[in-house]
Design a protein. Structure first.
Length: 300
């Protein structure tokens, strides 16, 4: 990779890590499903008026949006609102990597290699270590919601592999548009009138949170990420995603004061080690071909 592209990748992971601070700030006054709906609504509009739909079946674009918006971010934001530390969430959600390998095997018949299976086992061991040693820092329910969010992310990955090579920015914009109405409906059903009341006098923190999630995170970071994926093999680009929880944990620690306990560091180390093994196991020695683009939602 050129120095310029390395710097672009580092900018992406920094933005995605900082997004967890923005999420936490927004959740102080806006319910999670409503905050999630607003994030995707602003990412889709007005971009949908100037960006054409991707050349893909509409049902797959909608399925991608639902897996990403409702499955990943709906669960992720709800888990954080219910007590899951934002920094720890940025780490646990990386379990999507072995989930993706398992789903690709079951759905697409892409048999994983030995290192990928070993990496998945190590990463799952890290989740167990965090769950057993969380010391009350994260309730079990919200922790499981974040793990469910990782499964939603993995599902979105598989849908994108089904879609194939399309304009990833267009897929993100129109997928965001598809997931906005269901998120709004779920917010009104689950969160009730309080979801609308929170919008009558929005705080500057909530406004900043939505703007940061919709534009620097969804459009800028995802746009740069997809550009890198179209220029280099996925095995060259995707390891940079391992830096997202580093940026997330450090930013939430220094900005929000979230603690760095021993169980989080130990379990997190196992998760990152497992993901690194999975990525290494997926490399094809001597291959310089550009791989099929991965989904744009590489973080919160």
């Amino acid at each position: 990779m050129t120095l310029r592209d390395v710097l672009a990748a580092l900018l992406v992971v920094t933005i995605l890590g900082l997004a967890f601070v923005a999420i936490k700030a927004g959740l102080e006054t806006v319910p999670p499903l409503m905050l999630c709906a607003l994030r995707f609504a602003f990412a889709a509009v007005p971009a949908a008026f100037v960006i054409r739909p991707p050349r893909a079946p509409g049902v797959l674009v909608a399925a991608f949006g639902l897996a990403l918006g409702v499955g990943q971010f709906g669960l992720l934001l709800s888990g954080i609102r219910l007590g899951m530390p934002a920094g720890l969430s940025s780490l646990l959600i990386q379990i999507q990597a072995p989930f993706t390998v398992a789903l690709a095997w079951a759905v697409l018949e892409e048999r994983p290699r030995i290192l990928q299976m070993l990496g998945g086992a190590v990463a799952l061991l890290g989740v167990v270590a965090v769950a057993l040693g969380r010391g009350g820092a994260a309730p079990l329910g919200p922790l499981l919601m974040v793990v469910g969010a990782a499964l939603g992310w993995a599902s979105a990955n598989i849908i994108v592999k089904r879609i194939g090579r399309v304009d990833m920015l267009a897929l993100m914009v129109w997928g965001s548009l598809a997931t906005t109405p269901p998120l709004l409906a779920l917010s009104l059903i689950v969160e009730g009138p309080a979801a609308l009341t929170a919008l009558t006098h929005p705080s500057w923190a909530a406004i900043g949170s939505i703007v940061f999630q919709a534009y620097p995170t969804t459009l800028l970071a995802f746009g740069l990420w997809n550009r890198l994926l179209t220029r280099y093999p996925a095995a060259t680009v995707t390891p940079f995603a391992l830096l997202v929880p580093v940026a997330g944990i450090l930013s939430t620690h220094f900005v929000l004061g979230e603690p760095l306990s021993a169980d989080i560091l130990a379990g997190g180390g196992l998760i990152l080690m497992g993901i690194a093994l999975s990525l290494r196991g997926g490399r094809r020695s001597g291959s310089d071909r550009v791989s099929r683009p991965a989904p744009p939602a590489q973080a919160a």
